[in-house]
Design a protein around this ligand. Structure first.
Ligand code: NAP
Length: 498
């Protein structure tokens, strides 16, 4: 396999890092070398911020019409579509997720660009009726400015797309910083942005470690907004760093998502969805349904079925057509997931299946963890409260609707949740009472670019996608124009006009 060389892109130029250092990107499947990525230095970060600032303050882009910017974003979608296979392959190589899953992800990326291109075309200034015919009062929307866009490794391009597409429609300039572990698909996006005609300096790509490359984007006074998707601990650091210059922050953080199954649910569908919710992408999904809350009367039936099917999930590499889910992203992450599981058992959880690294034939060199079910859990356990970001499903029982809601809300997070019942009124009550940003009823997992996504509580600040996801990148400005100028007459003293 050819080893991809991934470079930085600053002010329209592809460059190696200032000191020439390169990071090896290794497949989580077999630890094989898949790419070599330039590792940005502090000097590269400085150049990128300066370029994005220049492009915003004195470049042509902020003078483009909204129509031009939307056309650019639509062109990017077309080019992504043209190169979808190539990009999916690169992302699958970095993450070791199934090629098919990567293809779905890139299709979602394209849909996101199309959504924001269409949304931008429908963006209009707003007239305010102040009750005085001589006053023209308008709300106009202007770009926030220079943005630092920082993404995670689980859905590398999709999470950046949620930021890049609205930033472009809004007229912002930006610096993208994908995870150090998964740089390749962002480099493809950068190439396509340039091919689509994005002016130099508007889009810039930095690669490398969060501490060196990400952190300055969150503290530099020349950056106006940081949009971050990642873990809670990093999100708190970013919010603190941004406070010094009162930067706008948009945070998409973790989740510990309750998945509630009532006894009157369609259990066959509920069980099947509970398995997908917990084990898709080996649990490396912010909205993974990792907390199963099941009504006592059906606990044994539901949990036995999930355990039996979890044992049969086929772990494998990205090219294996039998693969149902893949490896964890890194050895460090595998160690974290294992510890999380052991802590749960030490706290009294009952291990029903999994609980260890998988070294089945063909998987020995990868970071595979067996789909795991921990039964007999309660909300005091760390395995119930902390995000494992691995294939671990914890099970709690409840006896009433009120208890299900109380358990579902007993978390610092508030990203998403699911509820299964045939009782429509109960479904509505529970969906209304859960303090999470997305609730699925008799389903789990779908999201749409047209619908806002984001977290209550410590799952984040702001919304991506939908309409709000564009407004994160816009400043609303009120312009008040008096068509019949007159003296204010506030003070008694008379003056004369020269
Ligand atoms: P992470 O460790 O917090 O890293 C996210 C990004 O931040 C990476 O690019 C990282 O750089 C960078 N970073 C690290 N320290 C930084 C700092 N001090 N300043 C600025 N940037 C810094 O998260 P992750 O492990 O990549 O992603 C998993 C997390 O993302 C999970 O908690 C998951 O729930 C969350 N997530 C949330 C959503 C959502 O929609 N709410 C979606 C996807 C994922 P490196 O390159 O060094 O890693």
């Amino acid at each position: 396999m050819e080893i991809a060389r991934v470079r930085l892109c600053i002010d329209g130029q592809w460059i190696d890092s200032a000191d020439g250092v390169v990071r090896e990107i290794r497949s989580p499947f077999d630890n094989g070398l898949v790419a070599q990525a330039a590792e940005a230095t502090a000097d590269d970060v400085e150049q990128a911020i300066a370029a994005a600032r220049r492009a915003f303050d004195s470049g042509p882009f902020p003078h483009w019409t909204l129509e031009q910017r939307c056309a650019l974003v639509a062109r990017v979608a077309d080019l992504l579509e043209r190169d979808a296979q190539l990009i999916a392959a690169a992302e699958s190589a970095d993450t070791a997720k199934r090629l098919l899953e990567a293809e779905y992800d890139i299709a979602d990326v394209i849909a996101v660009f199309r959504h924001f291109a269409a949304l931008g075309r429908a963006l209009h200034e707003r007239q305010v009726d102040v009750g005085r015919p001589e006053i023209d009062s308008r709300i106009v929307y202007e770009p926030v400015g220079v943005c630092g866009l920082i993404g995670p490794w689980n859905y590398p391009l999709l999470q950046l797309a949620w930021k890049v597409a609205p930033a472009l429609v809004a007229g912002c300039t930006f610096i993208m910083k994908p995870s150090e572990l998964t740089p390749s698909s962002a480099a493809h996006l950068m190439r396509i942005l340039m091919e689509a005609g994005t002016p130099d300096g508007v889009a810039n790509l930095l690669l490398g470690a969060g501490a060196v490359v990400g952190a300055p984007l969150t503290s530099d006074p020349r950056i106006d907004l940081v949009s971050f998707t990642g873990g809670l601990a990093t999100g708190k650091r970013i919010m603190a760093a941004a406070a010094a210059t009162v930067k706008k922050v948009a945070l998409e953080l973790g989740g510990k998502n309750p998945h509630i199954i009532f006894a009157d649910a369609d259990l066959d569908a509920a069980i099947d969805n509970a398995i997908t919710a917990a084990f898709l992408h080996s649990g490396q999904v912010c909205s993974a349904g990792t907390r199963l809350l099941v009504e006592r009367a059906v606990h044994d039936q539901v949990v036995d079925a999930i355990v039996e099917r979890a044992r049969r999930i086929h772990l494998g590499g990205p090219a294996d057509p039998l693969t149902e889910t893949g490896a964890l992203i890194s050895e460090a992450h595998l160690v974290k997931v294992q510890k999380y599981c052991l802590d749960g058992i030490a706290e009294g959880a009952v291990l029903r299946t999994g609980g260890q690294r998988s070294t089945a034939p063909g998987l020995e060199r990868g970071w595979f963890f067996e789909p795991t079910v921990l039964d007999n859990c309660n909300t005091r356990m760390r395995c119930v409260q902390d995000e494992s970001f691995g294939p671990i499903l914890t099970v709690e029982v409840f006896d009433s609707e009120a208890e299900a809601v109380a358990l579902g809300n007993d978390t610092i997070y508030g990203l998403s949740g699911g509820v299964w019942t045939r009782d429509e009124a109960k479904a509505q009550r529970v969906a209304g009472a859960l303090r999470h940003g997305t609730i699925w009823v008799n389903d789990y997992g779908p999201y749409r670019p047209e619908a806002e996504w984001g977290g209550f509580k410590q799952s984040g600040i702001g919304r991506e996608l939908g309409v709000d996801g564009l407004h994160e990148y816009l400043e609303a400005k009120h312009i008040w124009r008096n068509t019949t100028p007159a003296r204010s007459g506030w003070f008694a003293s008379e003056g004369t006009t020269a």
